[in-house]
Write a protein that binds this ligand. Structure first.
Ligand code: TXA
Ligand code: MG
Length: 349
């Protein structure tokens, strides 16, 4: 399949290109597009044949439901009831990095919801994404635009790397602002539960309803008896080709431990990458060292995380040693992705 690639930065200047991609969606095709979280791979959410193409292009397991993306806060055509709390949450956080789960209407095919009676809905905060949805006239089902299991793409070049030849269009230009996927909030459970942490934090959501809690399955996934409720969260995920090890604990000891590990791996002739922080990046003599950013600026760290993992793959390192981040606010989302990338391979010191 030939993929048309459009590097576009503004809706006004590239309207024709967006109209072309929207036409492809209407015709049952697939389009990778930017959002403020990560790039998405979209198709008409109401067309089961179109949705099947997403699963095929990504190599995604069939039991993993898709999020539908809308360009308006009015979602009554797609869900059975917009509950009072859903209304409040939509008003406060949309457009933005928050997906809500509600009971679906039958217009949403089973292929989109992977057979569940519920559907995740989100209104992204990105002009190109909103224009694409609006012009196609349908909700767009879109998982992250990566081959299943790989780190999500936060940049058009990473979409091209994974999806060139597998989809009809790839559009976009800017790096995604957040860099981690949306928060998923299940509004069908009591209390409402965060199934995946993201840019809209528990603290922010509690301002609307203080009963909102985090799914137990996210807190300690090592425990086999506690399963995460979002089907996608059970898969090994966000993984670079290299083995990832997180070093967690006191900072001075973390630095010492990483330096020791680098020495040991060098003796084994392994190529080592380090995910450091601004104030530690000059301390390591590894094959490749990259800073995730300033540890007091968690937004910056989130923005850099997936791209840093992919850069380590570009350098073909065998092992990635990573500093850990404080598990607060968006730091919970960062550590959630990092732990999954590491397959929970954590050295506590
Ligand atoms: O930020 C995002 O949400 C990005 C951009 C493109 O919008 N999309 C994204 O989609 O991350 P995806 O497919 O990579 O992740 C969707 C997650 C999966 O873990 C899936 O299992 C869960 O959402 N999910 C979707 N529908 C669900 C439902 N009805 N109930 C529970 N979990 C659901
Ligand atoms: Mg994904």
């Amino acid at each position: 399949m030939e993929t048309k690639i459009g590097r576009i930065f503004s809706v006004e200047e590239n309207k024709n290109y967006i109209l072309e991609a929207a036409e492809a969606i209407k015709q049952g095709g697939t389009v990778a597009f930017p959002t403020e979280t990560v790039y998405g791979l979209g198709a008409n959410a109401l067309d089961s044949e179109a949705v099947k193409k997403i699963f095929k292009a990504k190599g995604r397991p069939q039991d993993n439901p898709l999020i539908i993306h809308v360009a308006s806060k009015d979602i009554k055509d797609y869900v059975k009831e917009v509950t009072p709390i859903a209304k409040k949450i939509i008003d406060k956080f949309w457009p933005g990095p928050l997906t809500i789960i509600l009971e679906k209407k039958s217009i949403i095919p089973n292929e989109t919801s992977a057979g569940l009676s519920t559907i995740g809905v989100r209104m992204p905060n990105d002009d190109i994404a909103l224009a694409l949805i609006e012009e196609s006239g349908v909700p767009i089902a879109a998982p992250s635009a990566n081959i299943s299991g790989r780190p999500s793409p936060t940049d058009i070049n990473r979409c091209i790397e994974d999806l060139d030849g597998r989809v009809d269009y790839i559009i976009g230009g800017e790096r995604s602002n957040y860099g981690v996927e949306s928060t998923i909030l299940d509004l069908t459970s009591k209390p409402p539960l965060i199934l995946r942490p993201g840019g809209i934090t528990l603290e922010m959501l509690k301002e609307v309803d203080e009963t909102i809690a985090i799914d137990n399955g996210l807190l300690d996934i090592k425990d086999e008896s506690v399963k995460p409720k979002a089907p996608g969260m059970k898969y090994k995920h966000y993984s670079p080709n290299a083995e990832v090890i997180i070093i967690r604990g006191n900072k001075a000891k973390t630095i010492e431990k990483i330096q020791d590990l680098i020495e040991n791996y060098k003796k084994e002739s392994k190529k080592v990458g380090v995910l450091a922080l601004n104030d530690t990046k000059d301390l390591y003599e590894a094959d490749y060292v990259i800073s995730l950013g300033n540890e007091n600026n968690l937004i910056e760290v989130a923005h850099n995380l997936f791209e840093s993992l992919r850069i380590c793959d570009d350098y073909e390192v065998d092992v990635i040693l990573s500093h850990s981040i404080a598990e607060e606010e968006i730091g919970i989302a960062i550590m959630n992705r990092l732990k999954k990338a590491a397959g929970f391979n954590i050295i506590d010191i």
